[in-house]
Design a protein around this ligand. Structure first.
Ligand code: ATP
Ligand code: MG
Ligand code: MG
Length: 351
C-alpha cells in the first residue's frame, strides 16, 4: 500500500493515521517534538523542520505529503514540495498562516470578515482603534491558536498594554463582532474537484478554546446553504485538495468568516459519530486521490472537548450511553491542553 506523510504529530495526525490505516495506507509522521500520533503511525521521524537530511528521507519514504499543523516553516515546505506533492497545496497553507493574507484573500473573493486593520506599532494601533472603534480584538498575524496571542480592547486606555502583550509581533486589529452564534463548516474537495460539505456545527468557545460543537447548528435554511456555498467557494478558489475548517460568525447582517484552517478541524470531530465517512477519512481520501465519501449526517451529535482536568471525568463518561470517548494519549493533563473529546449521539434514525 501507499504511504502518506503527515507533518505534525498531534491528535489530528493521530486520528488521520487511524483513518488512513483503515483504508490500507501507512502513515509516516514528521514531528519536531513528542508526538501523540506516534504510537498509531507506522513510522515517526522526530527531527526539527530545519533538518534537511531528515526531510529528504521523510519525503523519499512517502507518496504524498499532508499536514495537521499550519506553521511548518517555508524552507521545509520548499524542499518537500520539490520532492513530493503536498496536499492541500502551498497557497492554501500560506494564505491561512497569516491573518492579513487570509482576510485579504477572503475579502477579494467577496466574502465578509470582521472589519480589520494591519497594526505594526502602538501608534498604528491607536489609529486603528480610532477608525474601527471599540471593543476590538488585537491578534498576532501569525502563530496564534486557541486564543493565544490575542488581547481584547474595551477602552483607549487598553492600547499600551494590548500592544505590549504582543511583543512587537505584526498584528491585526479586528472590530469585535457581537455575533448571534459561531458556526463552522467542515468541507472537503477531492483531486477531481468535487466538493462535499458536512452539515454546519455550532461552536461554543471558552477562553478562546473550543468547548463544544453541537449538530445541527441553529441556522435558518438560507443561512445553512449560505454557509456551505461560501465554504465551497473558498475551496474552489484555492484549487484545494483535502478537508478545510471554515469558522463563521452568524450575525443579523449575514455570515462573516472568522478564519479558515487548511486541515481537519476540532469542530469536525463530531463526524466520527454522526457520519458514515468522518472528516479524517475524508481528508485521507482526498489527499490519496480517492473519491470523496458520503458526508451525510445520520444523527444529532454534541462534541465536547476534554481540556486539562476534564479527563478526570473519563471513568464516568465510559459508562455513559450513546457516548464515544476519544483520548489522545498525551499523558498528564495540563490546564488548557486538549486531552481528548467525547461525541454524544443525541438522536438518530438508527435508534
Ligand atoms: P483557533 O484555535 O480556532 O485557531 P485562534 O487562536 O486562531 O483559534 P480565533 O478563532 O481568531 O483564535 O478567536 C478565538 C475565538 O475568539 C473565536 O472563536 C471567537 O469566539 C472569539 N473572537 C475572535 N475574533 C473575534 C471578533 N472579531 N469578534 C468577536 N469575537 C471574536
Ligand atoms: Mg486560528
Ligand atoms: Mg478560531
Amino acid at each position: 500500500g501507499a504511504t502518506i506523510g503527515i507533518l505534525g504529530g498531534g491528535q489530528l495526525g493521530r486520528m488521520l493515521s487511524v483513518a488512513a490505516s483503515r483504508l490500507g495506507y501507512r502513515c509516516h509522521i514528521y514531528e519536531p517534538a513528542s508526538a501523540p500520533a506516534g504510537d498509531v503511525a507506522y513510522r515517526v521521524t522526530t527531527a526539527p523542520y530545519e533538518d534537511e537530511a531528515a526531510l529528504r528521507a521523510f519525503a523519499a519514504s512517502v507518496d504524498v505529503i499532508t499536514y495537521e499543523f499550519e506553521n511548518v516553516p517555508t524552507s521545509a515546505l520548499d524542499l518537500l514540495e520539490s520532492l513530493r506533492p503536498i496536499r492541500p497545496n502551498r497557497r492554501a497553507l500560506a494564505i491561512s498562516q497569516d491573518r492579513i493574507t487570509e482576510k485579504t484573500f477572503l475579502n477579494d473573493l467577496g466574502l465578509a470578515t470582521a472589519p480589520w486593520a494591519a497594526v505594526e506599532s502602538e501608534s498604528a494601533l491607536a489609529a486603528a482603534v480610532a477608525s474601527l472603534g471599540l471593543p476590538a480584538i488585537l491578534k498576532t498575524t501569525r502563530l496564534g491558536y486557541d486564543g493565544k496571542g490575542q488581547a481584547k480592547l474595551t477602552s483607549p486606555d487598553d492600547i499600551p498594554t494590548a500592544w505590549a502583550a504582543m511583543n512587537g509581533a505584526p498584528c491585526v486589529l479586528e472590530g469585535f463582532i457581537a455575533f448571534d452564534r459561531e458556526v463552522s463548516v467542515i468541507a472537503a474537495r477531492g483531486l477531481d474537484g468535487s466538493v462535499s460539505a458536512y452539515d454546519p456545527g455550532e461552536n461554543v468557545h471558552e477562553g478562546g478554546i473550543l468547548r463544544t460543537t453541537t449538530i445541527p447548528a441553529r441556522l435558518s435554511p438560507s443561512q445553512r446553504s449560505d454557509a456551505v456555498l461560501l465554504a465551497a467557494r473558498i475551496l474552489n478558489a484555492l484549487d484545494y485538495v483535502g478537508v478545510m475548517g471554515v469558522e463563521l460568525f452568524v450575525t443579523a447582517k449575514g455570515l462573516l468568516v472568522n478564519e479558515i484552517a487548511p486541515r481537519v478541524h476540532n469542530s469536525g470531530h463530531w463526524t466520527q459519530a454522526g457520519c458514515a465517512v468522518d472528516q479524517f477519512e475524508q481528508h485521507i481520501r482526498a489527499v490519496a486521490g480517492l473519491p470523496l465519501g458520503d458526508g451525510g449526517r445520520y444523527a444529532d451529535v454534541v462534541m465536547e472537548n476534554l481540556i486539562g482536568d476534564d479527563v478526570l471525568k473519563v471513568p464516568d463518561l465510559l459508562k455513559a450511553r450513546d457516548t464515544q470517548v476519544h483520548l489522545y494519549g498525551k499523558g498528564a493533563p495540563r490546564p488548557g491542553r486538549k486531552m481528548g473529546h467525547v461525541n454524544r449521539v443525541v438522536s438518530g434514525q438508527n435508534r
